[in-house]
Design a protein around this ligand. Structure first.
Ligand code: COA
Length: 252
């Protein structure tokens, strides 16, 4: 089965995470598909807005842990790096539709989206410390900017999940709907946006983001270096082995 579905309609490219049996955990192949789709969408005349969505029960369980163990991202050219840089600097509007768990990169990718519509079952978490890792996708910068230091510390140092009420209050998401309605609503909003003048969309987004992007990309580079190193260290190896063996990790 195709793990990323791509559909172009009325100026909207919809990318659907379609690996529900594995809770839409993202493999390097999926990151590569998403990165390429975003890159092509940048220049495609028939794409004005991109919508990224999951299933009404789950957005994404984050990085696929088994895939990470087999082929850890080691360079700036890795598929995950290409995807993260792609969403951070994507020039056209990017909308996310999120229901159920959004773990790790499932949450951090949302910091780069322009609108995020969520089901009332959405649960956000950035449990990198619980996995012996550090934040990625610029989240060590963007979470602090969005939430303030103390709340970001609760999310990133404790790895505590937070629900839609908090996400709405923080401004991480734009609106909460019943899970069965979120993807359809997001599609409508994306199509509504796609009918607006493209040059205005591009310039408005560029002006809103231009000051922040260089800092975000630089933070992402530093995070990626640390993340790649930590992936090989004992804490991450234990956390990932424990996940695969369905047991609790033991950190010494
Ligand atoms: N990587 C690889 N496989 C994953 C995965 C991940 N990140 N998350 C879930 N899966 C797999 C499970 O191993 C399981 O596979 P199996 O049916 O072959 O045993 C399947 O997806 C269903 O997951 P399960 O944990 O049974 O579903 P759940 O509804 O009880 O819980 C989550 C859903 C998302 C809360 C839970 O799966 C989870 O916490 N996943 C890990 C998230 C994580 O730590 N991500 C960060 C990675 S950096």
């Amino acid at each position: 089965m195709t793990a990323i579905l791509e559909n172009k309609e009325n100026g909207v490219l919809t990318l659907t995470l379609n690996r529900v049996d594995k809770k839409n955990a993202l493999t390097s192949e999926m990151y590569a598909t998403l990165a390429t789709a975003l890159s092509k969408a940048t220049d495609a005349n028939d794409v004005r807005v991109v919508l990224l969505q999951g299933h009404e029960t789950v957005f994404s369980a984050g990085n696929d842990i088994a895939d990470f163990l087999q082929q850890p991202p080691a360079s700036p050219e890795s598929a995950v790096s290409r995807f993260l840089r792609g969403i951070a600097s994507f020039p056209k509007p990017l909308i996310a539709s999120v229901c159920g768990p959004a773990v790790g990169v499932g949450t951090t990718m949302l910091f780069h989206c322009d609108l995020v519509y969520a089901g009332d079952n959405a649960a956000f978490s950035m449990p990198f410390v619980n996995l012996g890792l550090c934040p990625e996708a610029g989240s060590s910068l963007l979470a602090v900017q969005l939430m303030g230091y103390q709340r970001a510390a609760e999310a990133l140092l404790m790895g505590e999940p937070f629900m839609v009420e908090t996400a709405l209050e923080l401004g991480l998401i734009s609106r909460v709907l019943p899970p069965t309605e979120v993807n359809a609503y997001s599609q409508l909003q994306a199509e509504k946006m796609a009918r607006k003048p493209l040059s205005s969309l591009l310039e408005t987004k560029r002006l809103m983001k231009s000051v922040r992007i260089p800092a975000v990309l630089s933070q992402m580079d530093e995070e990626a270096t640390v993340f790649a190193r930590m992936l090989k260290e004992p804490a991450a190896v234990e956390a990932f082995s424990a996940f695969m063996e369905k047991r609790k990790p033991v950190f010494n």
